[in-house]
Design a protein around this ligand. Sequence first.
Ligand code: AMP
Length: 215
Amino acid sequence: MKNIIFLGPPGSGKGTIATELSPKLKIKHISTGDLLREVVASGSDLGLEIKSYMDKGDLVPDELVGKMIKEVLVSKEAEKGILLDGFPRTVNQAEMLNTIMAVVKKKIDAVFYLKVDLPVIIKRLSNRVTCKICGKPYHLINLPPKKPGICDRCGGELVRRDDDREETVSKRYETYIAKTEQLINYYKNKNLLIEIDGNQEKEITVKMVLSHIKS
Ligand code: AMP
């Protein structure tokens, strides 16, 4: 399995698991959230427009995300395989992905659905900090950095994401239920869905995902 999607609500651990697996499997981790945050950080007009959606917990329009993801998927970096984290988020995006994959003569091998209970999500997101430079996520209680405020991997500053505020978290969850949850059936019907209990600790979830990838 080389081309993999992680599906699940915000806080389900998509980014954490993909960050762990990418070096192990030597395939590219692609997070549309991270790509969008890079554009926002550039301070461009497009960045300001994107920020207005993200701050409200809304999805950025499909056309914008589609263009961005296409550039990465056709690049050399994606040749060996991809771990998609946060894309697709709508059925329309899933169809866009099918079209791009057909152009590069590849196919999605598996979709891991990380199923997590809402109280676990809230607890995770309210304690989440992320590296400003490399995007590695930490949990202040369950997965703290070795030195407070500093990324173990690259030494970058750890910050709270603007959209991890309580009111935005509930809007992001509603957006997930309204637009993204339908992808569970979409990929189930294509026989690609593998359901994983994402309530557990990171190490256990990583092991479970790896056992499916290697089987
Ligand atoms: P994430 O880092 O995956 O939690 O994404 C953070 C925010 O970025 C989301 O709440 C959306 O506003 C935006 N975003 C990320 N990925 C997508 C996508 N595939 N489609 C639309 N918006 C996205």
